[in-house]
Design a protein around this ligand. Structure first.
Ligand SMILES: C[S@@+](CC[C@H](N)C(=O)[O-])C[C@H]1O[C@@H](n2cnc3c(N)ncnc32)[C@H](O)[C@@H]1O
Length: 243
């Protein structure tokens, strides 16, 4: 099935509204569940993804679907960024992010904005880098969101996407499937109190156009020299491309 059609709750309703409402609901549990369900490997994945941007100009960064701002905060620390803007459609995810930013005294450097990735409120060629970790899979229209990220990126700038992928090798592929399909939704349901959220995670990862297919989409919307780097047996993949 086309991944844009995979929705959290109702197959007939608008995906964007459902995604927003799901993340508003699970926001208080999101960081805790991320650490628990990935055994903190998500932190290593984000750091590895950031390290791939070390040689790219990184003065102005836009982190799309920033959620609780983990990637935006880490980039402000690890890259030579003057400003990192994190944008998201979920008010509740952003308010948790804003608390973390205030606690770390980063309010000058990291700014969070309520907005839609498919209609970015910025002029063309505004950012050196645009990023998204575990965000693009949730877009209502993947190509529209990626085109918008391309539009606001300066020529010679880069996009970095970190996203779950489907491992291809036996037996990791099979173990991953069991964990994602059966174990994770049960832990997620008990902890986040949303019975659908972590089932949607499994379904959306299954349908996501990963590896070469995602690079083709990046090239289709205007990027070039796309490369991908599978992490942890291909459970997660870093994608980088240039504008
Ligand atoms: C799985 S979370 C990822 C959050 C964060 N980037 C991270 O690494 O933990 C996905 C986020 O995408 C956001 N999102 C989904 N669709 C969006 C859209 N169209 N525009 C902006 N944010 C969106 C959700 O609100 C949610 O916060």
């Amino acid at each position: 099935m086309n991944h844009d059609l995979i929705k959290p709750y109702d197959t007939s309703g608008e995906k964007k509204e459902q995604v927003r409402s799901m993340f508003d609901k699970i926001a208080p549990y999101y960081d805790f569940l991320n650490r628990l369900l990935t055994l903190r490997i998500d932190v290593l994945w984000r750091n590895k993804a950031i390290s791939k941007l070390k040689n790219v100009k990184s003065n102005q960064i836009l982190d799309v679907a920033t959620g609780t701002a983990d990637l935006a905060i880490s980039m402000s620390d690890k890259l030579a960024a003057e400003k990192v803007i994190g944008l998201d459609i979920s008010t509740n995810m952003l308010s948790i992010g804003n608390k973390k930013i205030a606690n770390k005294n980063l309010t000058e450097k990291v700014e969070l904005v309520l907005g839609d990735s498919e209609n970015l409120p910025y002029e063309n060629n505004r950012f050196d880098i645009t990023t998204s970790s575990f965000g693009v899979r949730n877009f209502e229209n993947l190509k529209k969101g990626l085109s918008e990220m391309n539009r606001v990126t300066t020529h010679g700038g880069a996009i970095m996407v970190l996203e779950f992928s489907n491992p291809r090798v036996f037996p990791i592929k099979n173990l991953f499937n069991i964990y994602f399909k059966y174990v994770l939704p049960v832990i997620g349901k008990i902890t986040s109190k949303d019975p659908r959220a972590y089932q949607y995670l499994y379904e959306s990862v299954q349908a996501f156009p990963d590896y070469e297919r995602f690079i083709s989409i990046l090239h289709e919307v205007g990027y070039k020299n796309g490369k991908f780097y599978p992490l942890t047996f291909g459970i997660c993949t870093i994608y980088i491309a240039e504008k």
